[in-house]
Write a new protein. Structure first.
Length: 419
């Protein structure tokens, strides 16, 4: 594993860019499978997961050409797509599951290994398979793979009510529905900006979708779609990371391409932690106080505080003035990074879905290990205010979701290097 060496360097200051959202671009790359021809995506982040999804699309029969922050994806006719790919390409990331809906819609079949990705608790795929099953798909599953086949010439429209507003399941089912026969309804759909952005791309391709940004999507299936050009929205979790870096160091950081309307609840929580938030543009900036303030936070589906924000928030609160309670309502395993913060001197106790954080006046650098993308970023933030040197192992996790993380932090004045 590669590591980052981090030393405290005082308040961070300056401007950075978040670039395109990982949780949007991977699904938008998969959406290209729905139409033969040449697709263009702009504002594409230079991250490992984009490279992995590119490999997967190539294995499925597409041609992918990359340039700085751009992708050109040439998709063949349905008969020339290969709805099977090597297992390691699916196992590398959770988002690989979203090729299932497009492949069933275009090819009528798909065979894939179960998706991998970050390790923070069980994330079953039954929302995907149940919805696609209701549209006329049969599945043969075992502990490691999925084999799916359409039972008729086209998927048929249906009404789907998600037990939970899953971001990825909503994406997958929406992409399947756009080529289904008839009118589909997805109730309790995810409302995230990334879902809405995928919907806008699909509409530009010729899809008929109503209700984007709400919990009910109505989709009238069409016979075929055409390629389009699409600019990916900026990444609100990367934005949150750099704003948190400004807050925890008592600095002043602006993310010039941030979208304040996509993270209103988080910005209010940052203000509760003592930050001065400026939404007047460009983008969003924070000015941190000498020491953050304690604040209670609970994760909820959008527009609530996203679970991806929580490791960042927990890290800031670990050095805040007072006692905070953080509640995780989405993933039971998402406190696994807390032990690493405790190694740095944080005073945190967890019980079930809750963490009680008693802010300490300082952390002390030591060796820690990242277990997932956001946990890795959060441990780097802790290193920015820890005495001595902090070594964060597992940089490959961070590289899955952050473009040039080291360079961006250095531009703000951080002392960090890849080891």
């Amino acid at each position: 594993m590669s590591s980052l060496l981090v030393k405290a360097a005082g308040p961070l200051a300056g401007e950075v860019r978040a670039r395109g959202a990982k949780n949007a671009v991977l699904k938008q790359m998969a959406a290209c499978l729905l139409a033969s021809g040449r697709h263009w995506l702009g504002n594409v982040p230079d991250i490992t997961d984009v490279a992995r999804m590119s490999e997967l699309l190539v294995a499925l029969g597409c041609e992918v050409t990359s340039a700085p922050h751009e992708l050109v994806i040439d998709v063949p006719d349905a008969a020339d797509l290969h709805p099977v790919a090597p297992a390691h390409l699916f196992e590398a990331m959770r988002a690989s599951i979203v090729v299932l809906g497009p492949l069933l819609a275009r090819c009528g079949e798909a065979s894939m290994a179960l998706p991998g990705g970050d390790d923070f608790g069980q994330r079953p795929i039954n929302f995907h398979t149940e919805g696609l099953g209701a549209m006329g798909t049969t599945f043969e599953n075992d502990r490691t793979s999925i084999r799916a086949r359409r039972t008729r010439e086209r998927l048929h429209a249906t009404r789907i009510t998600l037990e939970y507003p899953s971001h990825t399941a909503t994406d997958n089912l929406m992409m399947a529905c756009v080529l289904a026969e008839g009118r589909s309804v997805i109730d309790n759909a995810a409302r995230e900006p990334e879902v809405e952005d995928l919907g806008r791309q699909l509409i530009a391709m010729g899809a008929r979708i109503e209700g984007l940004g709400t919990s009910r999507l109505t989709i009238d299936g069409v016979a075929e779609l055409t390629p389009t050009d699409h600019e990916v929205i900026s990444d609100r979790v990367v934005t949150a990371t750099y704003l948190a870096a400004g807050l925890i160091t008592g600095g002043e950081v602006r993310v010039v391409d941030a979208r304040a309307e996509h993270m209103e609840m988080l910005l209010r929580k940052l203000e509760s932690m003592g930050a001065l938030v400026d939404e007047s543009g460009p983008g969003v900036s924070v000015v941190g106080a000498r020491r953050p303030l304690a604040c209670d936070v609970a994760t909820l589906p959008y527009p609530g505080v996203a679970t991806d924000y929580k490791p960042l928030i927990t890290t800031v609160l670990s050095v805040a003035d007072g006692v905070s309670v953080v509640t995780e309502n989405l993933f039971t395993g998402r406190f696994r990074y807390v032990d690493e913060l405790i190694r740095l001197g944080a005073d945190i106790q967890t019980a079930g879905h809750h963490a009680v954080i008693r802010g300490v006046d300082h952390l002390t650098g030591t060796d820690v290990r990242a277990s997932d993308i956001r946990a890795g970023a959060a441990l780097v933030l802790a290193g920015l205010v820890a005495e001595g040197e902090t070594r964060v192992a597992g940089y490959e996790h961070i590289a899955r979701g952050y473009e040039d993380f080291v360079g961006q932090l250095r531009s703000l004045g951080a002392t960090v290097e890849l080891a």
